[in-house]
Design a protein around this ligand. Structure first.
Ligand code: HEM
Length: 505
């Protein structure tokens, strides 16, 4: 680690994923600023409880609840930031997510006109509460309601789809709840999402984030000597040098406003569980490896324990891997899950080019064979990494139906929404040129439609004599139900915004 980050200034959700630190429950609030002066008072009141990256999340005396805050561009305007600061924000953030729908592939059922009601009006402020129990989340929520009452000048917006206390579907909730999923016993937390995959394994590690070298393996960036080192901090936090050895171009002035801040993409992604199960059942009927192998080929990892396909490309190798995994200690297990590249699978025979994890983080394989063309083997992908900070929401009541409210609250943090999140979403999920796969979209997230159903090829080893397998008629498995782009300021910047003291001169 070469960077000493000012952890007291950086919001806690940037440096650590609360979900993997035992904060299994979350509530997201969205507000409108009605009055600049009072709105800034409200921001000041909340800032007093905003969690920094310096706070303890595990062990004795650890926090049980956290609070973080971010703003849309319209929110910063409503809080009366000086024009000289506002003009420094990048156009993707200024436009907001719904206006970027063509880039993001938010068409058909994902079109913004079908999003939850709350997204039909202008959202200004995002506040997150993450807690170890529902009770502490509720307590912090009540405290925030008191602040709204005390300062005035802001309105808590209603309009999230979900369920009321009696399990009835409603469309006007004042918050979005999220939670890890539990085992059937209802008490044992899991790392699963609603399609049954194990999630939350492959988050990037950046310089200054951790002293634990083991955590960098498979999560940082690959060097020419084959070692893993942390990514440049500036890929994720403004005011720090990025992978191009420059300061991010997306930082507004003054430096005090942007340093130690970042951008967040918030997306409510509904999972069509009934369609997914039916599609997997149908497609696996004539797939030689069976249902679970096919499910793994969609994602790049096996559903049960997240085993990476590159090391477990068939049922036999998976059985071997499982034995070793079961016998391994915690540190070895973590390494087995993350320590791989696609360089040992350049044909895609083990992990197909259409698999979720390969599309989203090709781990240097795009530059494979281009000897010394770049300063690291992953120079291109190292500029497209994102931190994931979301949690699942809702419960699946009927495994055969798409109806209901369940999916993932996807939150991606990056220094440059256009270069990082939007690029991945457009070029790697919905287009396949970089992977030389024609029009094949990524299986799970691609914006497949009934007019243009998806197709992907599951590659085989060249010269093996086996035919490739075609997966046809891929339906839309994930639909966007809302979201926007937010700026997460440093804690110092929050105080400047609250005090009306942002001075761009
Ligand atoms: C409902 C939607 C989604 C589902 C079900 C889903 C599921 C998964 C699963 C099962 C994994 C493997 C576990 C892991 O490596 O942590 C994963 C990894 C990942 N996902 Fe998603 N995901 C979804 C949406 C997205 C979106 C929208 C993006 C970004 C545009 C994204 C980016 C990533 C990244 C960056 C990784 C880690 C890949 C790696 O470093 O190897 N995911 N996702």
């Amino acid at each position: 680690m070469t960077q000493n980050l000012d952890l007291t200034d950086i919001q806690g959700n940037i440096v650590k994923a609360y979900g993997s630190s035992g904060f299994f429950k979350a509530r997201y609030l969205f507000l409108r600023v009605d009055d600049g002066d009072k709105g800034r008072d409200f921001v000041g009141a909340i800032t007093s409880k905003v969690t920094s990256a310096n706070e303890k999340l595990k062990g004795d005396d650890a926090l049980t609840v956290t609070t973080n805050m971010a703003f849309t561009y319209a929110g910063l305007q409503a809080l009366e930031l000086p024009t000289a600061s506002l003009v420094g924000f990048p156009s993707d953030f200024v436009m907001g997510m719904s206006k970027r729908k063509d880039i993001l592939g938010d068409d058909g059922p994902s079109d913004p006109k079908y999003w939850d009601k709350i997204w039909q009006e202008k959202v200004h402020i995002w506040i997150s509460i993450n807690g170890k129990t529902s009770d502490v989340v509720e307590e912090r929520y009540q405290w925030i309601l008191q602040q709204i009452k005390a300062t005035g000048g802001v309105t808590l917006l209603r309009g999230h789809c979900g369920e009321d206390g009696n399990g009835n579907a409603v469309d006007d909730l004042p918050y979005q709840d999220a939670s890890v999923l539990y085992e059937k016993d209802g008490v044992t937390p899991t790392a699963k999402e609603h399609f049954g995959y194990t999630d939350g394994i492959g988050d990037p590690v950046f310089d200054g984030q951790t002293n634990n070298a083991a955590r960098v393996i498979g999560r940082g960036k690959l060097t020419r000597s084959g070692d893993w080192v942390p990514l440049a901090t500036g890929e994720f936090i403004l005011g720090h040098v990025d992978e191009a050895m420059e300061y991010p171009q997306t930082a507004p002035r003054p430096d005090l406003l942007s340093n130690n801040g970042t951008y967040m993409v918030y997306r409510k992604l509904h999972e069509n569980v009934g369609t997914f199960n039916k599609f997997l059942d149908e497609q696996s009927k004539d797939y030689p490896g069976g249902k679970e192998l096919l499910a793994a080929k969609f994602s790049g990892r096996w559903r049960d324990n997240g085993a990476p396909l590159v090391h477990t490309p068939d049922n036999e190798s998976k059985a071997e891997w499982d034995k070793k995994f079961a016998a391994a200690d915690d540190a070895t297990q973590k390494r087995m899950l993350t320590d791989f590249t696609y360089n040992e699978d350049i044909s895609g025979a083990k992990c197909p080019f259409s698999a979720h994890t390969r599309r989203i983080n090709p781990r240097g394989s795009l530059e494979y064979g281009v000897k010394d063309a770049f300063h690291t083997p992953g120079a291109l992908v190292d500029r497209r990494r994102i931190l994931r900070r979301g949690l699942p929401y809702g419960k699946v009541k009927d495994e055969t139906s798409d109806k209901g409210n369940h999916g993932i609250i996807f939150m991606a943090l990056n220094a440059d929404i256009k270069r990082q999140f939007e690029f991945v979403q457009q070029q790697w999920i919905n287009y396949a040129n970089d992977f030389k796969q024609g029009n094949d979209k990524e299986v799970l997230l691609g914006n497949h439609s009934s007019k243009d159903p998806g197709k992907v090829v599951l590659q085989v080893e060249p010269g093996s004599g086996k035919p490739p397998h075609f997966v046809n008629n891929i339906p839309r498995l994930v639909e966007t139900r809302g979201g926007d782009y937010f700026f997460i300021p440093s804690i110092g910047a929050l105080k400047l915004i609250a005090g009306g003291l942002v001075d761009p001169t």
